[in-house]
Ligand binder design. Structure first.
Ligand SMILES: Cc1ncc(COP(=O)(O)O)c(C=O)c1O
Length: 422
């Protein structure tokens, strides 16, 4: 599976050691298969950009050039345009976070912020803490700097903060460089951290004096239930990553990072080295788009659409999957995490799934160490409800043979230990 071609590389041996730690993104590898018309993609976390009014964006882009041409076409400041940062400050205020334009810098998506954070914090061999499973783009960004990644398990209430506490105690003071978390509708698990655990998490980060990174691309895509306070709203020292990718469009590559002044100064240096400055043209276009109210209706449409698709996926999973398969029930965002009995490895099944006309991302992509082989991430953001239902049906068919085998082994007592833990 995948598009990675094996080619003779006569430069082998010249590359930096760090390149051996970076794995290709399983999602990107699936891109070719996922875009075939006969295949229902439940793999990529692609936003439904067709709901974004292209006419409005075209007007914003044209106005960016017509009204601000010399700025939009010129190099800009490394921290990003103050006009856009002020808009971001207002957006964050709507989610209960108080800060000033000087407290954040604009980045090329939240992804660049992850890379910059890794660059300023991680030396080879440093320990960092993430949820397990976690966002694979973060694993890619962090791995390049050769850390030891410690994963804290989650349950339906998000990160097991009790296990985090035990781990921090074990590591001792300054034992980890940072903690990285996605509290809302986690990618890939779909779960959300409870308010009690949020409080405990920021308290622990303070107690152990460890930078806490909150990555929040999906926070505004809530389908039901009340919004929990962000970690940044609970503690101003939290490093907060935001993005316009899910509330507007990823094509502009606009995100941001808000952080305490000393950390922000380091991030700015790292950003200058990476790309001097972000695209002023994209920034002015976004300023135009976010001025006015149209984007709020678009965001409502997006949220409603994703909620319908989430419903379609959960209904289909309930209908087609047998009881030994567990899955999460996200209240927002893009993803459902599916867990099969432990002995099942979903990676080799992917080729069969593609053959049957459906894709998913095997769970081991979301761990640094090969765990998660019996799990898969399903994205409900992109396919239409009927396709989601059909995709889950196809997937269930592929899984059914293996589950039959599992049951037969279980009945024969071959999986004694396994049967107990499954
Ligand atoms: C948890 C998480 N963080 C960061 C990103 C990167 O987003 P951006 O498009 O802003 O780079 C994504 C994208 O899917 C994500 O899911």
């Amino acid at each position: 599976m995948g598009t990675a071609r094996v080619v003779f590389d006569r430069w082998d041996g010249r590359y930096a050691e760090r390149m051996s730690a970076i794995r290709s993104s399983a999602v990107r590898d699936l891109f070719a298969a996922a875009s075939r018309p006969d295949i229902i993609s439940l793999s990529g976390g692609m936003p439904e950009v067709s709901l974004v009014p292209t006419e409005a964006v075209a007007r914003a882009a044209a106005a960016a050039i017509r009204e601000h041409g010399t700025e939009a076409l010129q190099y800009g400041s490394s921290e990003g345009r103050v006009q856009l940062r002020e808009i971001i400050v207002e957006l964050m205020a709507e989610s209960g976070m108080r800060l000033k334009a000087d407290d954040l810098i604009v980045t090329a998506g939240a992804q660049q912020a992850l890379d910059l954070l890794a660059k300023i914090f991680i030396d080879p061999g440093d320990t960092i803490i993430t949820e397990g499973p976690t966002y694979l783009g973060a694993l890619q960004a962090f791995s390049a700097y050769q850390p030891n990644i410690v994963c804290i398990p989650m349950d339906d209430d998000g990160m097991r903060v009790d296990l985090l506490e035990a781990k921090l105690r074990e590591l001792g003071p300054r034992g980890a460089k940072f903690i990285y978390t996605i509290p809302n509708f986690q990618n890939p698990a779909g779960v959300t951290l409870t308010p009690e655990r949020r409080r405990k998490l920021v308290d622990l980060a303070r107690e152990y004096d460890i930078p806490l990174i909150e990555d929040d691309p999906y926070g505004r895509l809530r389908f039901e239930g009340g919004h929990a306070k962000t970690l940044r709203a609970l503690d101003e020292d939290v490093i907060y990553l935001g993005t316009t990718s899910k509330i507007f469009a990823p094509g502009l590559r606009l995100g941001w990072v808000a952080a305490p002044a000393p950390i922000l100064a380091k991030l700015l240096l790292a950003k200058q080295a990476a790309d001097l400055c972000g695209s002023a043209y994209a920034q002015v276009t976004a300023e135009k788009y976010f001025t006015g109210t149209r984007w709020r209706r678009v965001l409502q449409d997006l949220t409603r659409t994703y909620a319908e698709r989430r419903d379609a996926m959960l209904e289909a999973l309930a209908e087609h999957l047998p009881p030994e398969v567990r899955y999460t029930r996200p209240e927002g965002g893009f993803f459902v995490w599916v867990e099969l009995p432990e002995f099942l490895d979903v990676k080799p099944l992917l080729a069969e799934a593609v053959e049957a006309g459906v894709t998913y991302v095997p769970g081991d992509a979301f761990f640094p160490d090969g765990r998660g082989r019996n799990c898969m991430r399903l994205a409900f953001c992109f396919a239409k409800p009927d396709d989601i239902r059909e995709g889950v049906r196809r997937l269930a068919e592929v899984l059914e043979d293996r589950l039959e085998l599992y049951r037969a082994f279980q009945a024969a007592g071959v999986l004694e230990g396994e049967a107990k833990s499954a």
